[in-house]
Design a protein around this ligand. Structure first.
Ligand code: T4K
Length: 397
């Protein structure tokens, strides 16, 4: 391949349509029509309808937990968890996460305290917690990233020993397992996202999974629905109800999870093989799990060894319709609403700062196949071979 074939240098885009990073599950039109037909026949759109109930039961079995509470999206799930657990004061979480993790705490009136991450796994670094603990810290929110998990077992012991509450943002870890059990079985509650980009999709959606019946009863009341069961006194309620249309898609997506997971695993391994000899680009493996949804192909770009910075690479790939993304940038501690308050944390978040500048996520999921991965990796190699020229062309580094 010659450098002139790159779209940024005037060649045609490598892909006719944008190739995104998300799973983007679409069932066949016939399956979709038949699911919608059922909803139309029942004349029942929302409020703990039969499809939501079926989904909750199936998820309880799939995740191996006593209670699943389906909700409109993962963010509201995190907000509801913060309220139901009666969190107060400060809660520790990583800054290297989607902003919704911290925003949910802010909505519940909590002060987020940001912890650094492990450079090899990108997961919360348990060794850095001690320095952040004071009398105002009441809980830890672990975030299970990249289809992997933070050190859930160690975190449970750590929280228990200090009488801290513990819960998990598992938005990116649906289906992933720690030892013999799903990630849902750690902490008081685990929150999953069923956003369209996630391995199981309800277009928008999410769920909370907990083995604590009293907490589940509270969560159902906070969500507000006919499925709330016996009323439990809760100060704040919300509308987190999942609609029947969302549940219909989620049921199909859950049924197809095994095929989608194994295709993702195959594509992940293809990326691994194709990128292994390229200097300066390191693939991050889903950490801390015995089984992963393999829905995230995340690499770190070492600017010196690769010959080009992450952002320049991103610009060139995007021109070719390879819609790689720089999740997460900036770190939450540098985002609007948190930056002035948490400026001081930058010094203690050295790994987070580095990874925010070097991490890049590549396309995987329903719209990607083996030949697309070959093509993407070929283009990355071509970019590297011509990094000096391209840097000069784009005036970057
Ligand atoms: N905690 C963590 C750790 C999370 O990762 C998330 C969500 C949450 C909490 C909160 O859960 P939710 O409240 O979202 O359920 C995306 C997703 O919106 C978000 O769900 C996800 N994490 C986050 C990491 O990424 P955006 O704004 O970057 O995504 P967006 O809409 O730009 O889509 C990504 C790519 O997919 C684009 O190239 C466009 C393409 N796309 C997207 C959709 C929805 C399509 O081609 N078709 C589509 O239908 O946030």
């Amino acid at each position: 391949m010659k450098k002139e074939t790159l779209a940024i240098l005037g060649g045609g885009a490598a892909f006719d349509k944008p190739l995104p990073v998300g799973q983007l599950y679409f069932p066949s039109w016939d399956r979709y029509k038949s699911a919608m037909h059922g909803i139309f026949q029942r004349k029942y759109y929302t409020n703990q309808g039969p499809l939501v109930q079926e989904l909750e039961h199936k998820l309880e079995r799939f995740l191996g937990v006593k209670n699943v509470i389906c909700v409109t999206n993962g963010t509201i799930g995190l907000m509801m968890a913060s309220e139901a657990m009666m969190l107060s004061g400060k809660v520790i979480l990583p800054s290297f996460t989607f902003i919704a993790s911290a925003q949910a705490l802010a909505w519940a009136g909590i002060d987020p305290v940001f912890c650094d991450i492990d450079p090899n796994t990108h997961q919360l670094d348990v060794d850095k917690l001690d320095a952040l603990i004071d009398n105002d810290v009441t809980a830890i929110m672990g975030v299970n990233l990249w289809g992997g998990a933070c050190d859930t077992v160690r975190l449970e012991k750590y929280a228990q020993a200090r009488n801290l509450k513990l819960f998990f943002d598992s938005a990116q870890a649906f289906g992933s397992m720690v030892g013999e059990t799903s990630v849902a079985n750690f902490g008081s509650v685990s929150v999953f996202s069923f956003h369209a980009t996630k391995v199981v999709s309800a277009t928008e959606g999410g769920c909370l999974a907990t083995n604590d019946d009293a907490l589940a009863a509270k969560l159902r009341n906070i969500r507000s629905s006919y499925g709330a069961g016996a009323p439990v006194p809760v100060v704040k309620t919300s509308n987190g109800r999942m609609s029947e249309a969302q549940a219909a898609i989620a049921l199909m997506s859950l049924e197809d999870f095994p095929q989608n997971q194994s295709k993702n695993e195959m594509l992940f391994n293809k990326y691994k093989k194709c990128l292994k000899d390229l200097p300066g680009i390191e693939l991050i493996h889903p950490a801390g799990v015995t089984f992963s949804n393999y829905q995230y192909v995340v690499c770190e770009i070492d600017e010196k060894a690769f010959g080009m910075g992450r952002d320049t690479l991103l610009t060139i790939l995007n021109a070719d319709n390879i819609i790689a993304r720089r999740y997460f940038y900036p770190g939450v501690h540098r985002s609007v609403g948190f930056e002035s308050k948490y400026q001081q944390d930058a010094n203690s978040l050295t790994v987070t700062e580095e990874v925010c500048e070097s991490a890049i996520q590549f396309p995987i999921g329903a719209l990607v196949d083996e030949s697309a991965v070959d093509k993407i990796c070929g283009i990355i190699a071509l970019i590297q071979e011509n990094s000096e020229y391209l840097n000069a062309f784009l005036g970057g580094g």
